[in-house]
Ligand binder design. Sequence first.
Ligand SMILES: Cc1ncc(COP(=O)(O)O)c(C=O)c1O
Length: 435
Amino acid sequence: MRTIPPHAFPASPRGHLALGGVDALDLIREFGTPLHVLDEDRLRGNCREYREALARVYGNGRVLFASKACCIAATCQIVHQEGLGVDIASGGELYTALHAGIPAADLVFHGSNKTRDEVEYGLRAGVGRFVVDNTYELDLLEELTARTAARAEILLRLTPGIEPHTHKAIQTGGVDSKFGFGILEGAAYQAVARARAMERVRLRGLHAHIGSQVFDLEPFRLEATALVDFAARIRDELDVTTEELNLGGGLGIRYLSTDEPPAKAAYVNAVIDVVRARVDQHRLTPPKVFIEPGRSIVGDAGVTLYTIGAIKTIPGVRTYVSVDGGMYENPRPALYGARYEAVLAERPFAEPTQTVAVAGRCCESGDVLIWEAYLPDVHSGDVLAMFSTGAYTYSMAGNYNRFPRPAVVLAGGGRARVVVEREGYDDLVRKDVVL
Ligand SMILES: Cc1ncc(COP(=O)(O)O)c(C=O)c1O
C-alpha cells in the first residue's frame, strides 16, 4: 500500500489521508478544525514495541509513559491497558491519571518543585514512587510522612552531567540544570546519605533523564554507566542497595522526512547492554529497570488537521498560508524552533510546487507553525495535515488571544471518538469574574 511520507499513514479509498482507518475529510466534517487526531493503533503499537523490546532483553523491567507529553485521560487509559505505568509531574497530572482510573501504585511522581499540597496529595493518593528532585522535597516528605504516618517510596533524581546533542531548552541532564542532585558536585551522594536515614521514607533507587528528542544513543549509554557506577559507589561506601534504576525518557522521533531516529528496540538494547555489563562488573544485584518515554509513545501517533484561510504572497519574499490554529494549540515551533512537515489531506501525494510559511492565528509575528513547508498549490478551504503533533502540543496548549483549544479525537479501527471536547467561548470566560 502506498503510504504518505514521512509518517507512513495510509490513504483512504478516496485517496485522502486516513487516520485510524478514517478519512481525514470525514474527521473534519464531523469534528471541525483545528483538530488533534490520535491514531490509536500507532499509540498502542508504540507502547507494545517498547514493552516487548524491554521484555526481550531484560526480565525485570517496566515501561512508564511520561504523561507530560500528552496528559489526557484517554492516553493514560490506553497506555495502562498496554501494560505501562504512568509518570506524572504535577498535581494536575496526578489528578488526571487517577480520574482515568490508573491505580496510584502505578504512578511515578516527578517534578522539580513539588508544592507541599502536591506532596501531600501524592502521599494521600498512595503514588507508587516519588522521584525526589531536591532537599526541599526531602524536607517536605520527612515532615509530612511524620505528621500523617504515611510512608513514601522514593527514587532520587540525579543529574549525571551529560549533555545530549539537542536543543538547549530541552537539555536537562547536564551539570547546569534546575533538575536533580548533581553526581559530580557531590549533592547526589549527600542526598543518598540523608534519604537512607529517613524513618518513613524508603529509598528504592536512582533516576535520571538527560534530555528529549535525542537521536544519538551514546548519551543514553553514558547516562546508564553513570547511574550504575554511582549505585556501586553508594553500595560500597554507604551500604545502600539500588533496587530500581529509572533511566528516564528522551528518545527522538521523526518530525521531518530526513529524521532517522533509532528504533525503540535499538535504544532499549543499548541501555540494557550497558546496565548489564556495568552491574556484572561491579557485582551488583541487578536492579529493576524503568524507562519512561513520552514523545516516542504519543508523538508520531498525532496529526493536526487545519483549515487554510488567508493566503498572502509577498512577491520575492514569501507566501504565508494561514491556518485556523497556531501557537496557542502548538507552541513548539514558537518556543524552540521545532520543525514539522505537512500535506494537504485531500491530495496527500500531490507533488509540492512551492515553499510556503504555514502561519498561525496568534498576534505574534513568530507564530509560524512551519517556516518552510513544501506544498502543492493551495487554496483557502483546503485542509492541511501536520504530522507528529501528538507530543507536547495539546499538553502545552493555552488560550492566548482567547482561542478555544481544539478537540482531541481518537481514531482507530475505522471509527473516531472525541476524547477531549473542543472548548467553546463559554469555557474561556468560565473563571472570569465580571465586575
Ligand atoms: C523526568 C522525565 N522523564 C521522561 C520524560 C519524557 O521525555 P520524552 O518525551 O523525550 O521521552 C521527560 C521529559 O521531559 C522528563 O522530564
